[in-house]
Design a protein around this ligand. Structure first.
Ligand code: SF4
Length: 643
């Protein structure tokens, strides 16, 4: 391991003080200062308390797989007790991260698939709002028949996607066979990395990273690639299809975002997490006239919903009404307003730290998933077997009632809401982008002509290793100035929503080409596609445009960027775009630097295998410029720049 490099990397981690000075959102700056004065600690304080970070952890060379360890790799001890070297240890650690990412997206995807299946069979009192999607997907999978009802098709689709997710007996992967580009299927088949399904590949990843099993770093990387495909084609795409079939496709709409969209005179409910199932029911419950009357009887003007992380975003683009406030890392800042009467947490990216902040206010935290419990929270949830799902609307009403009855306990003197808000446009999808341009041929022609130099899916979670939300904004500024269109979703999308990038006014930041083509169509330069699962929409747009341009994805000026990434799903997301043949770009390195072989595999080894690599450039503007330069190369190769 290169200790010097790791040491230099650690020195770049900002302090909370630096974040307060440099983070781009004035609301975040005010709120951090307010909480600092109030003595309420957040993730930024806890990050400072963790310094200096463990060098072996940063390099990936700490192994805790068995109890003969923990083992760390040093000059004095170049191998663990079992004989595993740095390459095997680093490879095993990163493979376990990817497997965890597959399980995370897959587990919540399974909840949506079960909901679709139960709604289609009539077991659940939920309408199927995505009828066109059900028919179109059934046709793509080759199961459409005119004599079947839409509900029958939906149930068959749910079964098929669940089977693809959980297959143990080897058979054709139906989603990949139906939807992946043939050129990619050929590449993956040659590499023998087509997965059986999410469940098996996670099972197998845990198996082969166990003590004394796979001692070949290259073979471990092969399983990593398999997990990457299970991540994108089962856990992400399968879930995304199910959610659209059940809740309907996104609608383009405008919404007020950031702190000042919290109205102190309302009963305020935050939706935090990732599953769309309970949040969708909560939107319905909050519209019930009897509950609105109950809120008014308590002295409130009505009921308002707010989005934290992804469950808010997925509800917002379908129903409107859910005001996006913050990504996971900033959740405690929203809790710190003291203006939330209920905080509904479903699953994933719900840091235990929110309970400490909630304890300073009247806010009641309600957990709704058996997978995610928080001591001190009220648990109104689906059970482990999802056997009580038919009670979903009753549970949602109970939660809204709880918020209403908690409203009088709010101490208005404790409420602090920074006066910062902006409107943003959300809800972009392949279907409504096609409408906006008349056809995807038109958008493809603009890319070829160089009016739009390329498209970047700018996403990912946040990480206090860089100044909060600053890298996302600086990368976006650089891309837009270079006529590169930006798609966004999930945590990274919050600064772009809050700071005006999702409005036409942001065209002032764009280069002349983007300004001309987007201005004429009244479009913003950053297209908000929803929650992190909506990487599936970005990937669908990329595949469709590559088809229209008659080029393989490996030659298209498209990319994935997650400058501030931090969690396991983030590794899977970047990997899934590299498997498509598109580079991924980041400001923070993965913990693989302790093995030159594994680090080399990520940085250049996959070029020959997949036609893509992982690029890490710590400085955000330089990262944006690197993307632009790489797009120029791809455009030159396609001879688009000479036209
Ligand atoms: S698996 Fe090997 S390297 Fe890891 S802790 Fe056990 S003995 Fe050490």
């Amino acid at each position: 391991m290169n200790f010097e490099a790791i040491n230099e990397h650690r020195k770049t981690f900002p302090s909370k003080e630096q974040v307060i000075k440099q983070t781009p959102d004035p609301g975040v700056r005010q709120m951090l200062t307010h909480l600092d004065k109030a003595g309420i600690a957040t993730a930024f304080d806890r990050f400072d308390a963790q310094k200096p970070h463990c060098a072996f952890g940063l390099a990936g060379t700490c192994c805790r797989i068995c109890n003969m360890g923990p083992c760390k790799i040093t000059e004095k001890s170049p191998k663990g007790v079992c004989g595993a070297d740095a390459h095997v240890i680093v490879a095993r650690n990163i493979l376990r991260w990817v497997a965890a990412g597959v399980a995370s997206h897959g587990s919540r995807g399974r909840e949506v698939l079960l909901t679709l299946k139960k709604a289609a069979s009539g077991e659940l009192p939920l309408p199927l709002l995505g009828q066109e999607k059900i028919v179109a997907t059934a046709k793509a999978f080759g199961i459409y028949r005119e004599d079947k009802t839409v509900a029958q098709l939906a149930e068959q689709l749910a079964d098929l996607l669940l089977e693809d997710m959980s297959r143990a007996v080897p058979a054709t992967h139906r989603t990949i066979a139906a939807m992946a580009p043939p050129e990619r299927v050929e590449t993956w088949s040659e590499l023998d990395i087509i997965p059986l399904g999410s469940y098996h590949e996670v099972f197998e990843a845990l198996h082969r990273t166990g003590t004394g099993t796979d001692g070949d770093w290259e073979n471990l990387m092969k399983q990593l690639l398999r997990c990457g495909l299970a991540f994108s084609w089962n856990s992400v795409l399968g879930s995304s299809i199910a959610a659209d079939c059940l809740y309907g496709p996104p609608k383009r709409s405008y919404i007020e975002t950031n702190f000042a969209s919290i109205k102190a005179e309302y009963v305020n409910i935050a939706l935090h997490g990732h599953s769309p199932v309970m949040p969708s029911a909560l939107v319905q419950a909050s519209r019930e006239p009897e509950l609105i009357e109950l809120a008014k009887a308590q002295g409130a003007a009505g009921i308002r919903l707010y989005g934290i992380c992804c469950s808010g975003l997925s509800s917002l683009y379908r129903y409107g009404e859910v005001h996006p406030l913050s990504n996971a890392l900033g959740a405690e800042l929203i809790m710190g307003t003291g203006a939330l009467d209920a905080w509904v947490a479903d699953l994933q990216d719900i840091f235990p730290g929110i309970m400490d902040v909630a304890a300073c206010f009247h806010t009641k935290v309600i957990t709704t998933s058996d997978s995610c419990r928080l001591p001190g929270a009220i648990h109104i949830a689906f059970d482990h077997h999802h056997a009580n799902m038919e009670q979903i609307l009753d549970k949602a009403k109970d939660i809204v009632k709880l918020a209403i009855t908690n409203y009088p306990a709010r101490q208005q003197g404790n409420v602090y809401i920074p006066e910062v808000s902006l409107e943003a446009e959300v809800g972009f999808s392949v279907e409504n982008i096609t409408q906006a341009f008349g056809s995807l041929d038109e958008l493809a022609a603009l890319i070829k002509a160089g009016k739009i130099k390329g498209i970047v899916n700018l996403v990912g979670c946040n990480n206090p290793k860089v100044v909060y939300e600053q890298a996302v904004v600086q990368v976006a500024d650089t891309l837009l100035a270079n006529d590169i269109l930006v798609l966004t979703n999930g945590c990274a999308s919050f600064p772009l929503l809050k700071l005006g990038y999702c409005t036409q006014k942001a065209l002032t930041k764009a280069g002349p080409g983007l300004k001309e083509v987007l201005g004429a169509r009244k479009l913003p330069p950053v297209w908000h596609m929803g929650e992190c699962l909506d990487n599936a929409r970005a990937s669908g747009l990329f595949r469709a445009l590559a088809d229209k341009c008659g080029q393989p994805l490996t030659q298209m000026p498209f990319a994935f960027a997650s400058p501030e990434w931090s969690n396991e799903k983030g590794v899977g997301a970047a990997l899934s775009f590299r498997l498509m043949g598109l580079n991924s770009y980041h400001c923070i390195p993965a913990p693989v630097l302790g093995s030159d072989k594994v680090a080399g595999f990520f940085a250049h080894g996959t070029q020959e295998l997949l036609g893509s690599v992982m690029v890490v450039v710590p400085e955000p503007t330089a990262l944006g410029q690197r993307i632009s330069a790489d797009f120029e190369q791809r455009r030159n190769h396609a001879a688009w720049n000479s036209k």
